[in-house]
Design a protein around this ligand. Structure first.
Ligand code: PEP
Length: 253
């Protein structure tokens, strides 16, 4: 049985007061409404992670995630946060390779491989994002492109280490655009990636890997996406900023 996961990427949104209020609302709703087999994750701006983490105390299926970490453990990297720092603050997950990081901060597959290593060495679960641009989708090369992102950033891992990774397929053309991949498009990619993983690590590890869909997933379309055989949940941007919508998504399995 694969883990069902709904993770909310708050990106650069919310002030301190708003973050604490949203976390409290989400926590109350997870407690009352979300089945215990669905893991809900909030990824607030790093400044508020520890405060938001407090809201998850005592709720087994609610956790926090960082939105990024540096590949080095410490040093002269102004503005950055390392994996050991996150681990020391009790943060269990870290999103790596979001398309906005790839686009605005030029994160490469090789750099992401180093970030994945840093996360795993510190017992953080990476939520590894991958996905193609509209140009690649229209050019027809999208399946191979996304598979290559996994190969270059993850396939150096041992089978045991790979087993700790969560994957989020996020077509760039669907992120924040209101354009969602159809359930058929999502299923095609997820099944392809699972097969790609099986080719490297074997079927059992591929079958155990949670692959989330992200890209304009919302309270209206989540159920159809999550009904796909190889879609194990979602990485949610805009719709994670409203507790009610986010929890509706978490209840959409
Ligand atoms: C995201 O940025 O991870 C995302 C999926 O955003 P949105 O849901 O707003 O498209």
């Amino acid at each position: 049985m694969r883990k069902k996961i709904v993770a909310g990427n708050w990106k650069m949104n919310k002030t301190a007061t708003e973050a604490v209020a949203l976390a409290a609302e989400v926590a109350a709703l997870v407690k009352s409404d979300v089945p215990s087999n669905v893991q809900v994750i909030m990824a607030p701006p790093s400044l508020f992670i520890s405060e938001v983490n407090k809201a998850t105390e005592g709720i087994a299926n609610l956790s926090v995630s960082a939105q990024n970490c540096h590949e080095k453990a410490s040093g002269a990297y102004t503005g950055e946060i390392s994996a050991p720092m996150l681990a020391s603050a009790g943060i269990p997950y870290v999103i790596l390779g979001h398309s906005e990081r790839r686009q605005y901060f030029q994160e490469s597959n090789a750099q992401l491989a180093a970030k994945v290593d840093a996360a795993l060495e510190n017992k953080l679960t990476p939520i590894f994002c991958c996905g193609e641009s509209l140009e690649l989708r229209e050019g027809g090369e999208f399946l191979a492109f996304v598979a290559q992102q996994l190969t270059e950033s993850l396939f150096h891992l041992s089978a045991e280490a790979f087993g700790q990774v969560v994957i989020a397929y996020e077509p760039i053309w669907a992120i924040g655009t209101g354009l969602t991949a159809s359930s058929a498009q999502a299923q095609e990619m997820h099944a392809y990636l699972r097969q790609h993983i099986a080719g490297k690590y074997g079927q059992a590890i591929a079958d155990a890997c949670s692959i989330l869909y992200g890209g304009s997933c919302n309270a209206q379309n989540a159920a159809e996406l999550f009904a796909c055989a190889d879609v194990d949940g979602g990485l949610i941007g805009g719709a994670s900023l409203k507790a009610g919508d986010f929890i509706t998504i978490a209840k959409s399995f």
